[in-house]
Design a binder for this molecule. Structure first.
Ligand code: ADE
Length: 232
C-alpha cells in the first residue's frame, strides 16, 4: 500500500502523529487540515475530521478523491460495550454498523440502511492481522479485542441506552465515526481498519473516565499506528 489515510476525530489523537511526520505539506479542504508527508517512512495523509459521522464521511471521500489513498485507518477512543473489554484496552474492527440508522417504521431491521446491499462493512483482513501482530509486539500488556464497532451521532453515557445498544447490536465498543468511514471506504473500494482505545464504559461513569483515560488510550494507539504503518 503506497499511501495511507489516517483519520482521527480530535486534535489530541492526531497531534502526536503530526509531530512525528516528515516533509509535511498542509492543505485545508472543507475546513479540515490535511497533513501530507511521511510517517515512519510511509506516505500518509493525516487529518482531524471532527466529531460525528458527517464529518467522518466527508473527510474519507476527500482522501479518496484528492489524495487517492490505498487504505484508510481511523484511530481514536471509544466506549466499551462488553464487561471483558476494559478501559485502555484496544478494539480492532472486524466490521462496523451504524446504531442510529433506524428505518424500522418502513419495515427494515434496526441499523439497516434502506436500499443498500449491505449495512455492515467489513474491515480489511490483512490489516486486522497485521495490527494484532503489532499489538503483541509493541503494547504486550494491553488487552486487544477484535470485533464489531458500532457508531452513531451520540456520546453514550446513559446505562439504559448502553443496555439497548448491547441488546440490539453485537458491538464490542461504540464511537461516533467508524461506521461512516467504513461505509465511505467500501463505496470507494478502499480497505479500512478502525482502531479504538477504550476511554470509558459508555454508561453513567463515561464523562469522568473519558478525560482521565483519554491520554493513555491515545498513547497506545499511536504506538500501534507506528508499527502498523511501517509494515503495511
Ligand atoms: N467515544 C468515546 N467514548 C464514547 C462513548 N461513550 N460514546 C460515543 N463515543 C465515544
Amino acid at each position: 500500500m503506497n499511501k495511507i489515510g489516517i483519520i482521527g476525530a480530535m486534535d489530541e489523537e492526531v497531534n502526536i502523529i503530526k509531530g512525528q511526520m516528515l516533509r509535511v505539506t498542509v492543505k485545508t479542504i472543507a475546513s479540515m487540515d490535511f497533513y501530507e508527508g511521511t510517517f515512519n517512512g510511509k506516505e500518509v495523509v493525516v487529518v482531524r475530521c471532527g466529531i460525528g459521522k458527517v464529518n467522518a464521511a466527508i473527510c474519507t471521500q476527500i482522501l479518496a478523491d484528492l489524495y487517492h489513498i490505498d487504505a484508510v485507518i481511523n484511530t481514536g477512543v471509544a466506549g466499551s460495550l462488553r464487561n471483558e473489554i476494559d478501559i485502555a484496552d484496544i478494539v480492532l474492527s472486524t466490521d462496523t454498523q451504524q446504531h442510529d440508522m433506524d428505518a424500522t417504521g418502513f419495515g427494515y431491521g434496526l441499523g439497516v440502511i434502506p436500499r443498500m446491499e449491505r449495512s455492515i462493512f467489513e474491515a480489511d483482513k490483512q490489516m486486522i492481522d497485521l495490527a494484532k501482530a503489532v499489538c503483541t509486539e509493541v503494547i504486550p500488556n494491553v488487552g486487544v479485542h477484535t470485533g464489531r464497532i458500532v457508531s452513531g451521532d451520540q456520546f453514550i453515557s446513559d446505562s439504559g441506552k448502553k443496555t439497548w445498544l448491547v441488546e440490539n447490536f453485537d458491538g464490542y465498543c461504540t464511537e461516533m465515526e467508524g461506521a461512516a468511514i467504513a461505509q465511505t471506504a467500501h463505496l470507494n473500494q478502499i480497505p479500512f481498519l478502525i482502531i479504538r482505545a477504550i476511554s470509558d464504559k459508555a454508561d453513567h461513569s463515561a464523562e469522568m473516565t473519558y478525560s482521565e483515560f483519554e491520554e493513555i488510550a491515545i498513547k497506545n494507539t499511536v504506538k500501534l499506528l507506528n508499527g502498523l504503518v511501517e509494515k503495511i
